[in-house]
Each structure stands twice: as structure tokens, then as C-alpha cells.
Design a protein around this ligand. Structure first.
Ligand SMILES: [Zn+2]
Length: 137
């Protein structure tokens, strides 16, 4: 067995039962990298310390044997960010389609609805709450 193979097997054995990396880990790792770079290029000691703190959190989470707690943290992170990324995706789609559709909110429940442009005034029934109103597009 070569030295590299021994190293690899040793690492695999070391990582057994440990949490490893996940989505939140990637974010803390990159945020730490960016902060420490900002700190290194004149951002000041505060950025360097924050970057180091994020590295420590990343490493702590990776080597943690408390799987359940780490999974919960990652789940929480995904929940928090999926809302933001859904909103961003919807916004980009709206911007792309804004010439073909008029977007508006239901005055009752505020859900976002759309009408094909140039269809004139329509009677709208909200898909979520059933509220009826008129809208021109
Ligand atoms: Zn509604």
C-alpha cells in the first residue's frame, strides 16, 4: 500500500461517524474565505476574526459526531434560504414575462396573479381565496 492510500484510508476512518460537509457547511466555508480575504486586503482585523470564526464553525460542524443537531441546523438553513431563492426565481420570471403578462395581487389574500396583456377587463376569481374582482390588462 502506498503512502497516499494509507493517508486516504486513515482519513476515511477518521471521518466515519462524523457529520462531514453539507449546504450550510459550504456557505460558512465560502463566507469565511471571503471575509478573511477582505480582511487580508485592507478590510481590517474584524473581517479576519469573523472569517476565522466561520472556519472554526465549519470545521466543528464537519467533525461533529452529533449528526442530529447538524442535520437540524442544515434543515433550518435550507428552509430559510429556499424562501428567498423561490422569491428570486419568481421575480426573474416575472421580469422576463412582463411584456406578455400583467401581474397583480389579489386584494383579499395578496396572492400573485397574472393576466395576458391585451385581453381587456376581466372578471377575476382568485385561485386561493375565491375572491371576485375586476382587473384590466
Ligand atoms: Zn385571493
Amino acid at each position: 500500500m502506498t503512502f497516499l492510500q494509507k493517508m486516504k484510508e486513515g482519513f476515511i476512518r477518521f471521518m466515519q461517524g462524523r457529520h462531514g460537509n453539507d449546504n450550510l457547511g459550504m456557505v460558512t466555508l465560502f463566507a469565511g474565505l471571503i471575509l478573511s480575504l477582505v480582511g487580508a486586503f485592507g478590510g481590517g482585523i474584524v473581517f479576519t476574526i469573523l472569517g476565522l470564526a466561520l472556519y472554526i464553525i465549519t470545521i466543528f460542524r464537519m467533525f461533529s459526531r452529533n449528526h442530529e443537531a447538524r442535520l437540524k441546523e442544515n434543515q433550518k438553513y435550507i428552509e430559510l434560504t429556499s424562501n428567498v431563492s423561490t422569491k428570486t426565481r419568481q421575480f426573474v420570471k416575472r421580469m422576463k414575462n412582463r411584456k406578455d403578462y400583467k401581474y397583480f395581487k389579489c386584494p383579499n389574500c395578496k396572492v400573485l396573479l397574472r393576466l395576458k396583456r391585451g385581453c381587456g377587463e376581466k372578471d377575476i376569481t382568485c385561485v386561493r381565496c375565491g375572491h371576485q374582482f375586476k382587473e384590466k390588462a
